[in-house]
Design a protein around this ligand. Structure first.
Ligand code: XMP
Length: 519
């Protein structure tokens, strides 16, 4: 672990959609934070971890239900400060002798909190402007406080919006301080960390040093292979591992022919020429095109590409002598075991980073140096490792590449045309200084030809659509509100500069109901 447990805050997850935000808010402020599902966080687990403080998350269950998720009662008697949020508050009250009831008016969305009846350390820095805006999302509510607690603030539908027993360092709030719509929420969370005596020692410099030591001791004299995708995660993982083991890392980059313009040359130049990392370039464009011939169904495309990728990777990996470890850019959100809405532990931990069972088949051990990090932290680590912004700030790109941006059959000609459209669109976005405001932007080549007039001639060419979205994590997204000037200028450039395209549209669908990609 990068930070000593006396500076670690444990978040016990009861299945809230926003549990991860608690950890992110605290880490943004330099406090180390780990998440554990409630069924794992028993008394022994907590004694072993010895965290500085514990936060009980929200969750969809009702503490009034017979099978509601719980933790052992003795957690509150360990002398460790505890903060309960929403379900966590109700659970704390129910377990310590208070009462919780359903059937009152539910409270969803924004609420104004009343001024506290007396100062509370948890609320330092709050109420500078009188009332304080918080974000509520609850059906049940506390109706009687547990002995020793006092109510400090209320909201229109939550008489016990902030309660505390400061002598025992037990605090509980009905609202969600971790979400964006509670503007002073981060301050409340860092107040709690200070109350617990935590030091903000979680820095990327510290993480980098510890991660390098950890990789060295795990790998010993072994050899590591790492698949590069051109994306941020695999690039940062490779750079970190290279720092730890030097030439005992070999990277493999598969050119599927489904990549954006200059992607392959960019990766080769950066890794082979700039970072001096041994790199195998697998040029397999024809193999992928052949595999995709005649395939129109999006899911079949994904399966074909996934299967070929594993085959190719395995073939090239076998040529690396003494490879014992396979590096993967697995991130913390993939590792956290999710808690199902019914309160039971969920069986599945996301496995989409696994290269299709390759580690078992080739008898390779997994090396996952980013598994403690959130996506935005990977970017910070990339900068810490000296990677340029052009790499660290890149928009995400899907594994199946341009194949899922060409509805219908994928051909070499269509790929070439789409690469050109994409390059003009991204160039326009950069010229207008919008790249970093947009989460992801790309073009889709439609399987539709339309009639146009160019000069004095009739044209009958392909149409394309442009897509640009803002998002935090790709789970929800809004279309980016380009100006009309931007859109018309971009459409003109695409039609004038690229042969075979005579119509450009802009996709304004949000996610949901749409997805970001078209397939
Ligand atoms: P959707 O289209 O599901 O995309 O809204 C959300 C994010 O995931 C990316 N994406 C993929 N990434 N393999 C990947 O590695 C895939 O099969 C895949 N499908 C979508 C998409 O680009 C967006 O960032």
């Amino acid at each position: 672990m990068a930070v000593s447990s006396s500076d670690t805050i444990l978040v016990v997850d009861f299945g809230s959609q926003v549990t991860q935000l608690i950890a992110r808010r605290l880490r943004e402020a330099g406090y180390h934070c780990l998440i554990s599902p409630f069924h794992q966080a028993d008394s022994r687990f907590i004694d072993n971890m010895a965290p500085a403080a514990i936060i009980l998350s929200g969750g969809p269950a009702s503490v009034t239900g017979s099978n509601s998720p719980r933790i052992s009662d003795d957690l509150y008697a360990k002398g460790v400060p505890v903060l309960g949020i929403c379900y966590g508050q109700q659970l704390m009250m129910a377990q310590l002798g208070g009462a919780v009831e359903g059937g009152h008016d539910a409270e969803f969305g924004r609420a104004d909190l009343s001024h506290p009846v007396e100062p509370l350390d948890l609320l330092d820095g709050w109420f500078g402007k009188g009332t304080e805006q918080v974000w509520m999302s609850h059906g049940d509510r506390v109706t009687r406080l547990a002995p020793g607690f006092r109510a400090y603030c209320s909201s229109p539908n939550a008489p016990f919006a902030v309660v505390a027993d400061p002598a025992r360092k037990l605090y509980a709030v009905q609202f969600h301080p971790e979400v964006h719509h509670t503007p002073q929420g981060p301050r409340l969370l860092t107040n709690f960390a200070s109350i617990a005596g935590c030091r903000p020692t979680w820095t990327m410099k510290a993480y980098r040093d510890t991660a390098v030591d950890g990789i060295r001791s795990k790998v010993g004299n072994g050899h590591v292979i790492c698949g590069l995708s051109g994306g941020v995660d695999s690039t940062v993982a490779a750079k970190l591992i290279h720092e730890a083991v030097g030439d005992r890392l070999t990277c493999i980059f598969v050119d599927t022919g489904l990549l954006r313009r200059s992607e392959t040359s960019g990766v080769v130049q950066a890794f082979r020429d700039h970072f001096n990392v041994p790199l195998i370039l697998a040029e397999e464009q024809s193999l992928f095109l052949k595999g995709l011939a005649g395939v129109s169904d999006p899911e079949t495309k994904r399966k074909v590409i996934g299967r070929l990728f594993v085959e190719v990777f395995e073939r090239y990996a076998k040529s690396v002598d003494h490879a014992q470890f396979l590096a993967q850019g697995t991130l913390y959100p993939d590792v956290i075991e999710s808690v199902s809405a019914l309160g039971g532990p969920s069986e599945t931990i996301k496995s989409h980073h696994n290269v299709g069972g390759l580690p078992e088949r080739m008898n390779l051990k997994l090396l996952e140096p980013l598994r403690d990090l959130f996506k935005d932290e990977v970017r910070v680590l990339g900068r810490e490792l000296g990677l340029p912004d052009s790499v660290v700030g890149r928009h995400p790109f899907p594994g199946p590449g341009l194949a899922i941006r060409i509805p219908g059959e994928v051909t070499r000609e269509k790929l070439d045309t789409l690469r050109e459209i994409d390059a003009v669109f991204i160039d326009q976005i950069r010229r207008f200084g919008l790249y970093d405001e947009i989460w992801q932007a790309f073009a889709v080549l439609l399987p539709v030809r339309t009639v146009g007039v160019m000069g004095d001639s009739r044209s009958y060419d392909y149409s394309c659509t442009l897509r640009a979205v803002t998002s935090v994590d790709g789970m929800t997204a809004d279309s980016y509100p380009f100006t009309h000037d931007f859109l018309t200028q971009t459409a003109n450039r695409i039609i004038n500069e690229i042969r075979g395209v005579n119509r450009v549209t802009y996709d304004v669908t949000s996610k949901p109901p749409g997805t970001i990609e078209w397939e």
